[in-house]
Design a protein around this ligand. Sequence first.
Ligand code: SD4
Length: 333
Amino acid sequence: MPNRRKFLTQSLLSTLGLSLGSWGCKSTKVAPTESSSHVAHRTSHDLPLVISTWNHGIPANAKAWEIIDSGGLAIDAVEQGVRVVEADPTMTSVGYGGLPDRDGNVTLDACIMDKTGNGGGVCFLQNIKHPISVARKVMDETPHVLLCGKGALEFALNNGFKAENLLTPESEAAWKKWAKESNYQPVINIENHDTIGLLAIDKHGDIAGACTTSGLAYKMHGRVGDSPILGAGMFVDNEIGGAVATGMGEAVLKTLGTFLVVELMRNGMSPQAACEEAVKRIVSKQEYKDIQVGYLAINKKGEHGSYCIHPGFNYALYQAGTNKMYNSSSFKS
Ligand code: SD4
């Protein structure tokens, strides 16, 4: 499978009592990839910009760019951008078609943040195709930040979202195969991390971010990752910049990774240096051999950075009129 990112998760998953199988994600067709160790683009100050994780960032960026380019707001751009991936049944790690938990339930996590520092999220949400739009409603129309499970679903249904089955025949077949073969024993596992995290700076110079995922495939029922948590899966401070995370959510949660990246930028680091420091925080304190985490960050000037533990994380950057893939640099070679 082209561009498949394989990471062994045996030791961490054994600790958690989890057993994961292949995410089996189909790759989006993308423009040629450039290595981000080739740094010219990092110092670009071209605004506006849109940046997002993995290959599916290309169509998400394209949608977000349409909104930005017509003078729209970053908050609308990030929501509409990630909705493209949520709706795509071939993306088996986000929204509709996401691989289920070990009991066969597709459970979704998402969060969104705007230029004022306002934010909203949903976690452990089932049967709603666009969790990011429910997160937006939580942000815009409730006094709360995070709604979970049944309460999040009730809120969504009361606000006009439709309940639907998110398990596609393909995801169901993959789950049944996993359940038969793995028998819930810790085995050497393969994981393909494909959450979409998207950041945008609009023509007014304002920043927003969104993050949405079906989380780890075959996770324990009820497990929530980093993606719906502000400061873990995504964080924006419009004075400074923003960051998104992808990969093993437990490692990101333990370090509040995106909050850390933004704070490091506040204290003077470039987006690249901040992403590197946040990855170092993980590898200095946690067993990292079998897990992947990747960070993407932007600052107010339109500079960006990315860093991950193991090679394989890539991202899409729409800046100065082009929407292109880049490979992230990594701690391990
Ligand atoms: C999670 N961080 O639920 C998510 C998974 C992920 O790319 O990022 N996949 O832990």
